[in-house]
Design a protein around this ligand. Structure first.
Ligand SMILES: Cc1ncc(COP(=O)(O)O)c(C=O)c1O
Length: 436
């Protein structure tokens, strides 16, 4: 332990109390260093980190290539402001990332706008949709999480705490249910319920030609790690086309190889109009962005959107290195393979547990929903207890779900078979310990 850490030792609790409570926190761990799948605390404890900093460190903590790219660019210039100059990593990222646009239209050129956080990218998507269509409304899906700035918060419905006491929010947002197979009678019934709700909305409340965009997560994140029926995105695309509405997919949590494809949208053949990205984009440096076809993206006139730090040079260098690592280590394939191993192992350990309503996931976006009886009464108490037991066994996990009843498992995509097996064992033992 270095001197800095030793000094901190004397006064940790005082220092911790200086952080405002708005930062709801899962643990009190103070990190000495983090590398790959592991976090080491100042008192020498090692934890297997299957939180990934909420789905950010897909390439693992302190991935050497990313670290080197950050160091190299920092030495050449940290802040080379986008409105003033160009910098090389930014130019290169604007060339390379749009080549990843999911299911691109033939002959179409795509472009990229960069900002700092997921919420900011959501703001950019909504502003672009409004500016391009000259329409005022947005349709979002219940249980969705899109961030906590005023505009993004208006699209968020994964928990009332994100909205409570902040009204009035941005107007013009309407919600329909996200298709949630476990809670809506299976895939076909869930999809039908969502489409019926849209039909009803258009018949009774919202004129479709007032709608600028659908904003939707290809796999529901904070709302419960729900994999929608296969027909969901194509059906929304079809409605969007019928009414001249733009389709914005929020890939902030599901993107960057997390689900076994570079973007989760690629599990379908749906071509979105706007892709919203953040989290895994730069392996932990604050970077986010949207992609769209150039004629659409160019509808945002000069100066109508932006920000001092958007497209920061060091963050862009980290993003380029992140793309290299994802490609060279074939992290999408790895997420698919290891995600399957994790899901299968967890299902075996969850078998016969009355309060495990479902073990589900796509790639390395995996959830255990804790709920009871035919009514599927949510058991957030069990979800919390499972996190505590796992942490006692040195595995870090998170919760999600509209009632906090879902345990989400977000391994780094570089995790190993052995680490996956270790996690299965710990989660299995923790399920036993809480009497699920
Ligand atoms: C799907 C989705 N969209 C947007 C956001 C907001 O991102 P940020 O916290 O970077 O503002 C999140 C964050 O969890 C997210 O999961």
């Amino acid at each position: 332990m270095d001197q800095h850490a030793t000094d901190l030792l004397t006064d940790w609790s005082a220092l911790r109390s200086g952080i405002p409570p708005v930062w709801a926190r899962y643990t009190d761990l103070i990190v000495e260093r983090a590398s790959g799948s592991w976090i080491e605390t100042v008192d020498g404890e090692r934890y297997l980190d299957y939180t990934c900093g909420i789905g950010v460190t897909n390439t693992g903590h302190a991935q050497p290539r990313v670290v080197a790219a950050i160091a190299e660019q920092a030495a050449r210039g940290i802040h080379l402001q986008q409105n003033i100059v160009h910098h090389q990593p930014g130019l290169e990222l604007h060339r390379r990332l749009p080549l990843r646009f999911p299911n691109p239209r033939a002959g179409q050129e795509y472009g990229l706008f960069l900002s700092n956080s997921g919420a900011e990218a959501v703001e950019a998507a909504v502003k672009l949709a409004k500016a391009a269509t000259r329409r005022p409304l947005v349709i979002a899906f219940r249980g969705g999480f899109h961030g906590r700035t005023h505009g993004a918060m208006a699209l968020t419905s994964s928990n009332v705490k994100y909205r409570a006491h902040f009204e009035p929010l941005m107007g013009g947002v309407h919600f329909v249910p996200y298709p949630y197979p476990l809670r809506m009678g299976g895939d076909a019934a869930a999809l039908a319920a969502t489409l019926d709700a849209l039909d009803e909305l258009f018949a009774t409340v919202v004129a479709p030609d007032d709608v600028a965009a659908f904003v939707v997560e290809p796999v529901l994140g904070e709302g419960g790690y729900v994999v929608p029926p296969d027909g969901f995105l194509p059906a929304v695309r079809e409605l969007a086309d019928r009414h001249g509405i733009l389709l914005a997919v929020d890939e902030v949590q599901s993107g960057y190889a997390r689900t076994g494809r570079f973007f989760a949208t690629q599990w379908t053949d749906t071509t979105p109009d706007i892709v919203i990205m953040a989290k895994g984009i730069a392996s932990g440096l604050p970077l986010s962005g949207i992609m769209a076809a150039r004629p659409l993206l160019d509808q945002l006139a000069p100066g109508t959107h932006g920000g001092t730090y958007g497209g920061n040079a060091v963050a862009c260098a980290a993003a380029l290195a992140t793309l290299d690592v994802i490609d060279e280590e074939r992290l999408a394939d790895r997420a698919h393979r290891l995600g399957g191993r994790l899901l299968d192992g967890l299902r075996v350990r969850a078998e016969g547990k009355a309060c495990v309503a479902e073990v589900r996931g796509r790639g390395m976006m995996i959830a255990i929903e804790l709920a009871e009886g035919d009514a599927l009464t949510p058991r957030p108490d069990l979800a919390k207890a499972l996190l505590r037991e796992a942490m006692a066994r040195k595995l870090l996990l998170l919760t999600c779900g509209t009632r906090g009843q879902v345990v989400r498992i977000i391994p780094p995509l570089v995790t190993t078979d052995d680490e996956v097996d270790l996690a299965i064992g710990i989660i299995g033992d923790s399920l036993e310990a809480i009497g699920a």
